[in-house]
Design a binder for this molecule. Structure first.
Ligand SMILES: C[S@@+](CC[C@H](N)C(=O)[O-])C[C@H]1O[C@@H](n2cnc3c(N)ncnc32)[C@H](O)[C@@H]1O
Length: 526
């Protein structure tokens, strides 16, 4: 192992669960069987650079060490499992090493790992042990957690997009959004006066300026894109309160600030609440920069999901694919691609502002408490669905929207994107099933909506819906679908959105919506 060990932690037997965080090196140990005996753990090195680790197991007077030369952008899992020691490797970056000690925790789910060449030598079985982990140069491991989980092209386009004033303006001109943040801060001066604040993804710095106006002593405005320079200018040009703002350019996951703060503020919200995966950055900031018991503005988000019926939208999607029915397109028969075209159109989530009368059930609500949720929980969000259908209809799929709550000490405030309310730049979102379901008044529709995060700063959406038979012998209907939240169909948003009159702020052309880091998809999605 190269370099001097700069961090050491010692894990003792009977520590049922302990976590240690060194910058972005995360160490956790777990007693899986509830006995209080340490059975496995992980060192999560969020680094593109190589770092080293030395694990020393001391059993009574004897000790044995294993030096891992590098954990390159990966996770080192160590497992204290029965009998013999061995080291396993899965893929280029994930290692698991098993060291023989206690007759606990046979992890059959890891048995398919390939054997790795390194070995612990002669660890005797015994009841008492100390496991010491020395991290070599963990400071080298900085700057990378965001990079590790994000496609680099996606990130580059994302920050380029937010680096332009026109796209910051698009958000500022969402007066429901901006005005609600303003009143949530200014109506709760008691939460800001004399306090230190961190603005997570400051953009133009507008929320920092609001926090300063609300009386904050010090505001750290952290922004990764070049918009940081504009934020600095705005702070300078608003003397009196702007001078309490310190703009830090960089990703939250790589920067340092001088102190832990009393309050976090952020607008980390995408369509369906979670698009862009910036909530994870908000949670990262909570875990690294917020004082114990500190405030978060906003504090809570809720995803709403309801059944809808919309024959016009359904026919529109089918109609788009009818291009592919042609048997003589400049002398070419393209009809063989029709069924694939239908499939692809139905895989696009539809973003627009729809009439709430299209809803045929009450909404199911999935709360996300930003003060409690772990980053991992945002990787795979499962929402069980149960709808009671209000009137006979064809159910074409699920409609989604969200709201967020500012838990101010003086006044709580909601920002809602529900259909029928004043429109925001997030609009609402619908997943249309290629095969719809028929239902009668009182039909129970059950299913699941599952959001699975992907590296393009977005999510795959999986949904299943079923209607149990209304009477014996009647059919059981069950349908499912898959959508990529990164590839939306922005439908009729131009006519709703005030900014659409200006070319720069038009809703994106669906042809721009490739899975890459297109700026357009963020237009209505941030
Ligand atoms: C939705 S915009 C909000 C901007 C501003 N706070 C506002 O309310 O108008 C999110 C901003 O966060 C920035 N951002 C996203 N991820 C970030 C990260 N990991 N670290 C720092 N800034 C980030 C983006 O560049 C973008 O300017």
């Amino acid at each position: 192992m190269s370099g001097q060990p700069s961090e050491t932690c010692t894990l003792e037997q009977n520590a049922s669960r302990r976590s240690f965080t060194y910058d972005n090196v995360w160490i956790s140990t777990v007693a899986e069987d509830g006995s209080g005996e340490l059975t496995w753990g992980a060192i999560w090195a969020s680094s593109g650079e190589k770092i080293g680790a030395k694990l020393t197991l001391a059993v009574e007077s004897q000790q044995s060490s294993l030096v891992v030369e590098r954990i390159n952008d990966g996770v080192l899992l160590f497992e204290l499992s029965p009998s013999k020691e061995s080291v396993y490797k899965m893929g280029p970056t994930l290692f698991i090493l098993k060291i023989g000690l206690k007759n606990k925790g046979a992890h059959s789910h890891r048995e398919d790992f390939q054997t790795y060449a390194a070995r612990f030598s002669d660890v005797p079985a015994a009841d008492k042990f100390l496991l010491t982990i020395e991290m070599a140069s963990p400071e080298k491991a900085k700057h990378d957690w965001f990079q590790k989980k994000t496609d680099q092209g996606s990130a580059q386009m994302y920050f380029h997009y937010y680096g332009t004033l026109q796209h910051q303006q698009n958000m500022l001109q969402d007066y429901i959004r901006t005005g609600t943040y303003y009143s949530a801060f200014l109506n709760n001066r008691v939460d800001f006066e004399g306090q230190s604040v961190l603005d997570v993804g400051a953009g133009s710095g507008i929320l920092s300026l609001f926090a300063a106006q609300a009386g904050a002593r010090k505001v750290y405005a952290v922004e990764a894109s070049d918009m940081a320079k504009m934020a600095r200018l705005l702070a300078e040009q608003n003397p009196g309160y702007g001078d309490s703002i310190e703009v830090v350019q960089g990703r939250i996951e790589e920067i340092q600030v001088a102190e832990k703060v009393d309050v976090l503020v952020s607008e980390p919200i995408g369509t369906l609440l979670v698009n862009e995966r910036m909530l994870e950055t908000y949670i990262y900031a909570r875990d690294h920069f917020l004082k114990q018991g500190g405030k978060m503005f906003p504090r809570l988000g809720r995803i709403h999901v309801a059944a809808f019926s919309d024959e016009i939208l359904y026919n529109e999607l089918y109609g788009k694919a009818s291009f592919w029915l042609q048997t003589n397109f400049y002398g070419t028969n393209v009809s063989g691609l029709h069924s694939e075209a239908v499939k692809q159109y139905f895989q696009q989530v539809v973003v627009d502002a729809f009439d709430p009368s299209l809803l045929v059930s009450a909404s199911v609500i999935k709360p996300v408490d930003f003060a409690e949720v772990s980053e991992d929980e945002l990787y795979n969000i499962e929402i069980p669905l149960r709808f009671t259908i209000m009137h006979p209809c064809i159910v074409h799929g699920v409609a989604c929207w969200f709201d967020v709550f500012f838990d101010g000490s003086t006044k709580g405030e909601w920002l809602s994107t529900a259909p029928g309310l004043p429109i925001t730049h997030w609009f609402q979102l619908r997943c249309v099933m290629e095969t719809p379901l028929w239902a009668v008044a009182g039909s129970e529709v059950v299913g699941t909506l599952r959001l699975v995060a992907h590296a393009f700063q977005s999510y795959d959406i999986h949904a299943t819906l079923e209607v149990p038979p209304i009477a014996p012998g009647q059919p059981h209907q069950k349908v499912s679908g898959l959508w990529d939240l990164k590839e939306p169909y922005y439908r009729q948003v131009n006519s709703w959105w005030p900014g659409a009159a200006q070319p720069a702020q038009q809703a994106p052309n669906p042809s721009q919506q490739d899975r890459g880091p297109e700026a357009g998809a963020m237009d209505a999605g941030s």
